[in-house]
Design a protein around this ligand. Structure first.
Ligand SMILES: C[S@@+](CC[C@H](N)C(=O)[O-])C[C@H]1O[C@@H](n2cnc3c(N)ncnc32)[C@H](O)[C@@H]1O
Length: 362
């Protein structure tokens, strides 16, 4: 398989677990490419802008999703519009490789974007995707065993008959307890170890183990006072007036998940790239009991906890600064979801069995 816009390799992690072997990964962010290389080998990684990548190897499957640059208001369906460059690049490589199937992941709004319209139009005879059948829809990661309510758009293209999207494998969802329980409540460190490693002739921070990623922060007294009053399932609306920042006091509607606290027995909301900032989402640790002596863990989730909620295996290793690693984690397709999709595609293409035991269920 080929992974375009590979990031740290969340999607590759799932597809390799489903039996695929990567022959090319393209990623232009040095630290994401280094993390990818640390886990899957540097030999097939092109740390480069996709527009410069030529001589692409053969592959059965192409995966990945160009970052969406604009949505329904973009207007133009012109393939030559510079804003569609990344799509052109994806389609260019698919046309060159002519894989049996390709899989695109993107944000949920993607399916109503003009970029998606552009993609669909290309299946016409003579179009860049001529000969492919497309299926598309939204998948909820929790339905596939990920302890996270992450909803993303997926498009599967196939030259061997339409491949429907996979159907949910987990009618009952995993709560965050499945992956957070038992980790130290007080992280021992606030900074990554001072080690570096070389990839692509460059020196980058790394390689860090998942244990290195269990990092605490030093919140201000005001932040702590805010965390303390938010119960599981609650958020900024639980803050008393004197603890409200002005912007929230004035904006009484919208952004309901900010300063949110997880519930032990429910999946988390979407883990985005700044999960270490409670003011950006539902990122507070689920442990909370009321009262002055209640047992509470008043902090946002650590990088390790975020990686686990994204279902990265604990033997995954990481490169980059704290901020860069957080971006890699938040941008990724959860490996457990990617594995379900990979098995499903492989089964349609006549490869391995679709069924397998869920890593988190055992
Ligand atoms: C959403 S992330 C991919 C996440 C990945 N699928 C995973 O599961 O871990 C998109 C990636 O595209 C990369 N990217 C954006 N523009 C690029 C370009 N012109 N060439 C190569 N990579 C690019 C970004 O650096 C980012 O890591």
């Amino acid at each position: 398989m080929i992974d375009l816009f590979a990031g740290c390799g969340g999607m590759t992690s799932g597809f390799t677990a489903a039996g695929f072997r990567p022959v090319l990964a393209v990623e232009w962010d040095l630290h994401a490419a280094a993390t990818y290389a640390a886990n899957f080998g540097a030999g097939h990684v092109r740390w480069a802008d996709i527009t410069t990548v030529t001589d692409v190897p053969e592959a059965d499957v192409v995966i990945g999703g160009p970052p969406c640059q604009g949505f329904s208001n973009l207007g133009s369906r012109d393939v030559d519009d510079p804003r569609n460059q990344l799509w052109k690049q994806y389609l260019r490589i698919v046309r060159e490789v002519r894989p049996a199937a390709f899989v695109i992941e993107n944000v949920d709004r993607f399916l109503s974007s003009s970029e998606f319209g552009l993609l669909q139009a290309e299946v016409r005879p003579g179009g860049l995707l001529s000969g492919y059948h497309l299926t598309s829809g939204l998948l909820l990661a929790a339905d596939f065993g990920v302890p996270q309510r992450r909803k993303r758009a997926f498009v599967i293209g196939s030259r061997e008959g339409a491949i429907p999207l996979p159907t949910p494998t987990h009618p009952s969802w995993h709560g965050v307890r499945t992956v957070l329980h038992g980790l130290p409540e007080k992280p021992a460190a606030t900074a990554l170890p001072k080690s570096t490693v070389e990839y692509f002739g460059q020196t980058v921070p790394g390689r860090f183990t998942s244990a290195d990623l269990h990092l605490g922060r030093n919140p201000t007294a005001l932040s702590l006072a805010r965390y303390q009053v938010v119960p599981p399932g609650g958020g900024r609306f639980d803050l008393p007036d004197h603890l409200l920042p002005r912007c929230w006091r004035e904006k009484k509607t919208g952004t309901t998940d900010v300063m949110g606290r997880m519930r032990w027995d429910e999946p988390s909301l979407t883990i985005r790239t700044e999960f270490y900032k409670p003011e950006k989402g539902q990122y507070l640790h689920p442990q909370w009991e009321p009262g002055p002596s209640g047992h509470r863990v008043d902090r946002p989730i650590t990088h390790l906890e975020a990686a686990r909620l994204q279902t990265f295996p604990d033997d995954f290793t990481w490169c980059g600064s704290k901020i860069e690693i957080a971006r890699q984690i938040g941008n990724a397709v959860p490996p457990v979801l990617a594995e379900a999709i990979g098995r499903h595609v492989a089964a349609h293409l006549g490869g391995t069995k679709a069924e397998s035991a869920c890593r988190l269920c055992v």
